[in-house]
Design a protein around this ligand. Structure first.
Ligand SMILES: [Zn+2]
Length: 110
């Protein structure tokens, strides 16, 4: 188990909460994962922090691969069209779009 904040290894689980996370659809079916999301006790940060999961990423409600698929469609489609295609909320897809645009934007030079 690793701390999402600082990345250091943690040994103790502080608490576990089951979260519903959307994944890529399987044929015509919606896929909802019930993920036991652990908060670990991080000695570096000095408190409970979320466990780092590579496949969940920053978007707590969708998997990294669903966010990536949305990002690919958002190059050619509107937020509303992508939300309807994956049956996701408009705000969820909009936040993926904002993160995609800020990641592709070059950092300002000083
Ligand atoms: Zn930490």
């Amino acid at each position: 188990m690793y701390c999402e904040e600082c990345g250091s290894k943690c040994r103790q689980v502080h608490e576990t909460v089951v979260r519903r996370v959307r994944d890529l659809p399987l044929f015509e079916y919606r896929v909802v994962l019930h993920v036991p999301r652990r908060r670990v006790w991080c000695d570096q940060c000095g408190g409970p922090r979320l466990e780092r999961l590579e496949w969940l990423g920053r978007y707590q409600r969708v998997t990294a691969r669903l966010a990536q698929a949305c990002g690919q469609l958002l190059r050619h489609c509107t937020v509303q069209a992508v939300a309807a295609f994956f049956d996701l909320g408009w705000h969820t897809v909009k936040s993926i779009d904002k993160a995609r645009q800020s990641a592709s934007r070059p950092l300002p030079s000083t």
